[in-house]
Design a protein around this ligand. Structure first.
Ligand code: FE2
Ligand code: FE2
Length: 326
C-alpha cells in the first residue's frame, strides 16, 4: 500500500486502476442485455404504433405543469452529456490509454448515460405536450454554455462531485416517477424508474472510488471533500436558459418547480451529505494532517448548519411560464 505521505494523486489512481479493471463487470451492465430506450416506447414499425402513441399522449395529459417542467429540465440536463464526458477527459490521470480501467469506466458510464437523454427526449416528443423547438434550444444553449463545477481538473474533487450528483439524480428521477404514477402515467413512471436505477448504481461506483482513495490518501481526500462542500455542489445544468432568457435564470425556475413538488429539495442536499459522511466513515478518520482534521470537523458539522438554513427557506411560490410548454 502506498502511504499518504509519499503518494501523489497519480500514484493513488494508478494503484486503483487494477481494481477498476477487475470490477468493471459489476460497475457496468453488459450492453447485450442492458435496457434500451426502445424497450419503453412505441415501435414505429408496428401497425399499432399510432394507437400506442395515442395512449401515450392520453396518459401524459395527467401530468401537472410543474411535473412536466421538471421532467423537461431533467431531460435537458441528461442531454448535456457531451459536457460531462468532455469534463472527464480533462482528468489526465484517468485517460492515459484506452485499455486503462479508468478509461473503460468513463466510456461505459457515458454509454449508459447516453440512453437517459434519448429515452426522455423521445417520450417528450411523443407526449404532444412539449414545444420541442424551445426544448432543443435550451439543450443547445446548455451544451454551448458548459458548466463550472469547481473541481479544478482534480479527480478527487471530481469523484466527490459525481458521488453527490448521481445520488441527486437518483432521487429526482425516482420521485418524478412516483408522481407520474400518481398522475396515471404508469409508463413514464417505469421510464424514470429504469433511469433512477442506473443513477443509483453509478452513485455506488463513484462512492466506492472515494472510499478507496480514503484508504490510501485520507488527508488529501478529506481536503478535497471539504473544498467541494465549501464551494457547494452546483447542479451540472446551473447555466440552463431558454431563448431570450439570461443564462442560469431558467435553472432557478426549474429548481423552484422541483422544490415545490418535493422532487429535489434543500433537505435532500443535506441528506445526501449525511449519507456520504456515514458511508465514507468520515467521523472515524484518523491519522490526518492538522489541516485535514480541521476539514473533517467542518464537514461533520455541516449537515446541522445546512438543516437550520433549509428550515428557514420558504417553498418558492412564484409560478413561471416556461417556453417549453405552450
Ligand atoms: Fe443520467
Ligand atoms: Fe448519472
Amino acid at each position: 500500500m502506498i502511504t499518504a505521505s509519499v503518494a501523489t494523486r497519480s500514484e493513488v489512481l494508478q494503484q486503483m486502476e487494477g481494481f477498476l479493471k477487475e470490477n468493471i463487470d459489476t460497475f457496468l451492465k453488459p450492453v447485450e442485455t442492458n435496457w434500451q430506450p426502445s424497450d419503453f416506447l412505441p415501435d414505429s414499425r408496428q401497425d399499432d404504433f399510432f394507437d400506442e402513441v395515442k395512449l401515450l399522449r392520453e396518459r401524459a395529459q395527467g401530468l401537472s405543469y410543474d411535473l412536466l417542467a421538471v421532467l423537461i429540465g431533467d431531460t435537458i440536463t441528461e442531454e448535456a452529456l457531451p459536457n460531462y464526458e468532455a469534463w472527464f477527459h480533462e482528468l489526465e490521470d484517468l485517460n492515459r490509454n484506452r485499455d486503462n480501467g479508468w478509461a473503460q469506466w468513463i466510456r461505459g458510464w457515458t454509454a449508459e448515460e447516453n440512453r437517459h437523454g434519448d429515452l426522455l427526449n423521445r417520450y417528450l416528443y411523443l407526449s404532444g405536450r412539449v414545444n420541442m423547438r424551445e426544448f432543443e434550444i435550451s439543450t443547445q444553449y446548455l451544451i454551448n454554455d458548459g458548466f463550472d463545477l469547481g473541481t479544478a481538473h482534480d479527480p478527487y474533487r471530481a469523484f466527490v462531485y459525481t458521488s453527490y450528483q448521481e445520488m441527486a439524480t437518483n432521487i429526482s428521477h425516482r420521485r418524478v416517477g412516483q408522481l407520474a404514477r400518481t398522475a396515471g402515467d404508469e409508463q413514464l413512471s417505469k421510464i424514470c424508474g429504469m433511469i433512477a436505477g442506473d443513477e443509483n448504481r453509478h452513485a455506488r461506483v463513484y462512492k466506492t472510488f472515494v472510499e478507496k482513495i480514503f484508504e490510501s490518501d485520507p488527508s488529501e481526500m478529506m481536503l478535497a471533500f471539504e473544498d467541494m462542500m465549501r464551494k457547494k455542489i452546483v447542479m451540472p445544468a446551473h447555466y440552463m436558459r431558454e431563448l431570450g432568457v439570461d443564462m442560469g435564470k431558467t435553472f432557478g425556475h426549474f429548481t423552484d418547480a422541483a422544490q415545490r413538488l418535493g422532487v429535489y429539495t434543500s433537505h435532500d442536499y443535506t441528506e445526501i451529505l449525511d449519507t456520504l459522511i456515514t458511508d465514507w466513515k468520515i467521523e472515524q478518520l484518523r491519522d490526518l494532517t492538522p489541516a485535514a482534521e480541521k476539514a473533517r470537523d467542518y464537514v461533520v458539522a455541516l449537515p446541522n448548519r445546512l438543516r437550520r438554513v433549509a428550515d428557514r427557506m420558504p417553498v418558492p411560490k412564484l409560478e413561471y411560464k416556461f417556453k417549453w410548454i405552450d
